[in-house]
Write a protein that binds this ligand. Structure first.
Ligand SMILES: [Zn+2]
Length: 65
């Protein structure tokens, strides 16, 4: 069973999407990111967010969570 999860980009609860580390991106936002490479702001936001997530994960590995 799929649980509804909150998309980290649009903050909407969605059924379908992609889990990245401990976060979640819905279908709609994933498509926006993949298909609309002219949307530099969204892409930039996405990359920034991912980096922050990866850094957070490293922090947790180092210090325990
Ligand atoms: Zn979304």
């Amino acid at each position: 069973m799929l649980e509804k999860q909150i998309c980290m980009v649009c903050q909407q609860k969605r059924n379908n999407g992609l889990r990245i580390l401990n976060n979640y991106i819905c279908d709609a936002c994933e498509k926006e990111i993949v298909e609309c490479d002219s949307r530099q702001i969204l892409y930039g936001y996405f990359v920034w967010k991912l980096r922050a997530l990866i850094d957070t994960d490293k922090e947790q590995e180092l210090h325990g969570s």
